[in-house]
Ligand binder design. Sequence first.
Ligand code: ADP
Length: 176
Amino acid sequence: MTQAKIELFEGDITTLKVDAIVNAANESLLGGGGVDGAIHRVAGPDLLVECRGLGGCVTGDAKITGGYHLPARHVIHTVGPIWRGGENNEAELLESCYRSCFVLVREYDLKTIAFPAISTGVYGFPKQGAAKIAVREIEKALADNPALERVILVCFNAETKEAYREALGDWVSSSA
Ligand code: ADP
């Protein structure tokens, strides 16, 4: 049962000791607000140095770095779509973010990963739709990769938690 490996966590993603936390970055990969700012603050300046060498990241893609002073070993930086009404490939691009992250999960043999609700902050993607896409892609990845042990969905606010609960149905286990 793949859903048994999905967990909700209410709080700050930078506190999680997992193989990788995902950053909802922008195309420059040079830092920003929201979860991006929080990750860079805790990781320290060496993360920015490594990010400078990556040459940015296109929307829907993902790149991996070290975690530096974070408890997490790695950061996977992905760039979610900016919501422009829903007719501009936003859903496909958000799907692509999750898929790109899971390609790196396999490549680096990661067993535990935590996601923020990509694109649902400043980028404005509706939370319920984003939660459905996240859950669908995570379930696929868990089914395809038995080595993946745990996927944590980080809920930074009550609406995000509600959206994930709805997308997951009754099966969710919660550490919150
Ligand atoms: P985006 O630009 O992709 O919308 P944001 O960082 O603005 O990225 O928001 C993405 C999600 O991350 C939002 O749900 C926001 O509430 C959440 N968030 C912000 N800070 C943190 C944090 N420290 N830990 C986990 N989630 C966070």
